[in-house]
Design a protein around this ligand. Structure first.
Ligand code: DP6
Length: 327
């Protein structure tokens, strides 16, 4: 998919002395999920994860350091408040600590992804922000994976300071031409953020099993990607997603991101498979269903999902590139 030519001033924060730097990042879809932290404050993951960066859904972030009393954040043209600002400020504090800068910043993001619906737009936003602010750390944990295109692994790391918990490119976008069909079942903002969901997951009796199974899942996913084995990767991605949601269901209080249409989409994907179409579902912290398939089957999968009652729209994505600073 070809991106629109960028217009630099679309995300240029107004009223700042320093010129803004703008970067763009694509969303990424986890095939082996990140769901739980080994360090809350540093936002370090309890397990590694593997994702595919998608084209067509991206976020641009502009950062201008300069005057002003406090950091300001604009999201899609509107001044942000509360938690959204706090996350950005915490991130900018890391950037300031790392670079020795002290000025406040004005951050503006613009997205082609509906926010808060489990399409990981915050990962793309923080990857773009990280690049615009010249340091890929903090923010949304899974943002690290949007720095690279194609298949990406974010390592758990062992160090307490998290310096070895980094993202690594496994295969570039051109390595394997697959499709992801996204069935949007609700565009309402999600009630429980990933962060809060992960905290709750730790109360689940299934959480230790989830963590214990991660290394084996990662090894199988790496091997399936290397072999371009869609069935192996798809079955594993489905298994990882369903385990993640099972952890939430058994948490206290329980956590279930699904709606009726989510289950119906899952069921439709299983029917497609029974009929001979290799299609595999995954679900993030929201009610949308994302389906991995071949380019040849993408239309059939999209048509099947569009016909499921409650599906608002369907988008088809191909592997996308890494984050980039815009000229
Ligand atoms: C379900 O990266 O949004 O999409 O680090 O707490 O900001 P924080 O969480 P975030 O979580 C992503 C969760 C997920 C699975 C995944 O992308 O691996």
């Amino acid at each position: 998919m070809v991106h629109e030519p960028s217009q630099r001033d679309r995300t240029q924060p107004a009223g700042m002395a320093a010129p803004a730097t703008t970067a763009r990042a694509n969303v990424n879809l986890a095939l082996v999920k990140y769901w739980g932290k080994r360090d809350q404050a540093l936002n370090l993951p309890a397990t590694g994860s593997i994702s595919l960066t998608l084209d067509a859904l991206s976020v641009e972030a502009s950062v201008a350091f300069g005057g002003g009393e406090a950091d300001r954040v604009e999201i899609d043209g509107a001044e942000a408040a509360g938690d959204e600002v706090l996350r950005v400020v915490r991130f900018l504090d890391l950037v300031r600590a790392e670079t020795g800068r002290r000025e406040r910043a004005l951050v503006a993001t613009r997205s082609t992804v509906p926010r808060g619906v489990g399409l990981a737009s915050s990962a793309a936003a923080f990857a773009a922000l990280a690049l615009a602010a010249s340091r890929a750390a903090g923010g949304s944990g899974s943002a690290a994976r949007s720095i690279f295109g194609g298949f990406v692994e974010w390592r758990r790391g062992e160090r307490a300071d998290g310096r070895d918990s980094v993202a690594e490119a496994l295969a570039p976008p051109g390595f394997w031409d697959v499709r992801v069909v996204v069935a949007v079942t609700s565009s309402a903002p999600k009630a429980v953020s990933s962060r809060a969901g992960m905290e709750r997951a730790a109360t689940s009796p299934f959480y230790p099993a989830w963590v214990a199974g991660a290394e084996a899942d990662l090894a199988q996913a790496r091997a399936a990607i290397r072999a371009r084995d869609l069935e192996a990767l798809g079955l594993l991605a489905e298994h990882s997603a369903l385990k993640m949601h099972a952890v939430g269901m058994a948490a206290r209080p329980p956590l279930l991101y699904w709606r009726g249409a989510t289950v119906d989409c899952l069921d439709r994907v299983w029917k497609l498979r029974a009929e001979g179409t290799p299609a595999f579902a995954t679900i993030d912290a929201g009610p949308q269903v994302k389906v991995l398939c071949t380019p040849d089957d993408a239309r059939r999968v999209a048509e099947a999902l569009s016909a499921v009652p409650g599906v608002e729209r369907v988008l088809t994505c191909a592997p996308g590139g890494g984050a980039e600073v815009m000229a």
